[in-house]
Design a protein around this ligand. Structure first.
Ligand code: GDP
Length: 322
């Protein structure tokens, strides 16, 4: 299918200028509350709408259930205005309750576009040092980006169920590149250089910054950026800056909170992942007109893996049809 001329997914989280309008867009009135750990995927999926939910073989399923038993799922209260409604989702026409359509561990509502979420094959295609060198087949793509050590390679491996695929991006000479991985021969996961690596020379850091931003602004088949944030530590300025830059530039973004299994208090200054996550969202709120989608993950327990893939599928399928 030729998709190179299709428009980029419309941004649904436009940046807002801090003005009285802010009050208008972000209602502080508490509305209906949901608890995100009791939502979709903790219940059977609707068989009609989401027939192609990622399948697990029984041993993997048993394994992840065993792991999940020991992980306390953080509870975050969600009001209606904090939910992410994918484009073309009319709440009033939904046949099932909204709360049952929110992906587990996220604020993301599943739309009719969610399908074909399973990863059957993944292969490394190429490393590029400029946007112009990236693949030209026009297939939709999702970029993974985050601070060094945030868990990007681990998440990439977890998404494609391959232990070492992301090692390709860690080989000498490739850490500073845009690395394309083709999934199921019809879309891409793109691994971007980690930012904020303290030991990197300033010159190099500026350079990465420049070409990554160029990629964000000039890649027409970029459906959404997935910005990884370490949930086990308090918000870092560099992550807040990154999120606000994406917001101001109207680059569609999903926040992926990593390492949600890490619950030791001492190391993260006494804060639990859910506190760090809520705090981060409070801090970026003024840069977004509506709540950006966010999702909790752990590459240890595989929390959030199937949910990310479903979310990607709904964004991708919408993008392909518009
Ligand atoms: P990258 O530099 O962003 O690619 O990060 P890596 O995937 O290499 O991970 C950095 C470190 O964090 C490694 O020691 C991983 O084992 C650890 N890590 C990654 N993801 C998780 C996670 O979900 N939970 C925990 N507890 N540790 C993780």
């Amino acid at each position: 299918m030729i998709v190179s001329n299709l428009p980029r997914l419309q941004s649904h989280w436009l940046p807002i200028v801090t003005s009285p309008l802010t009050q208008f867009f972000i209602s502080k009135t508490p509305k209906k509350q949901f608890f995100i750990n009791s939502t979709l995927l903790s219940k059977p999926l609707s068989t009609t709408l989401f027939t192609k939910t990622p399948e697990k073989n029984s041993s993997t399923l048993q394994e992840s259930r065993n792991q999940e038993k020991f992980v306390e799922t953080p509870q975050i209260e969600l009001s209606l205005e904090k939910l992410f409604l994918p484009p073309d989702t009319d709440v009033s026409s939904l046949t099932t309750p909204l709360s049952s359509r929110v992906l587990k561990g996220s604020n993301i509502v599943l739309s009719k576009y969610a399908s074909d979420a399973q990863v059957d094959c993944a292969e490394f295609i190429k490393s590029s040092v400029k946007t112009e060198e990236c693949p030209t087949d026009g297939l939709p793509e999702f970029a993974l980006v985050g601070r060094s050590n945030v868990g990007k390679s681990s998440l990439l491996n977890s998404l494609v169920r391959r232990k070492r695929l992301a090692l390709t991006s860690k080989k000498p000479g490739k850490t500073q590149c845009i690395n394309h991985f083709k999934i199921n021969n019809n879309w891409y996961l793109v691994d971007l250089p980690g930012y904020g690596y303290a030991a990197a020379p300033q010159e190099l850091r500026t350079d990465w910054d420049k070409f990554t931003k160029d990629y964000f602004l000039n890649r027409p088949n970029l459906v959404s950026v997935f910005l990884l944030i370490d949930a086990s530590i308090p918000a870092k300025t560099i992550d807040l800056e990154y999120a606000s830059w994406l917001g101001w530039n109207q680059i569609p973004m999903t926040l992926v909170f990593t390492k949600c299994d890490k619950r030791k208090k001492k190391k993260n200054g006494g804060r639990r992942p859910e506190e760090n996550i809520q705090n981060f969202q409070e801090l970026i709120r003024e840069f977004f007109q509506t709540a950006p989608p966010w999702i909790l993950t752990s590459s240890i327990t595989n929390q959030g893996r199937d949910e990310i893939l479903l979310h990607m599928s709904q964004l991708r399928n919408y993008w392909l049809k518009h």
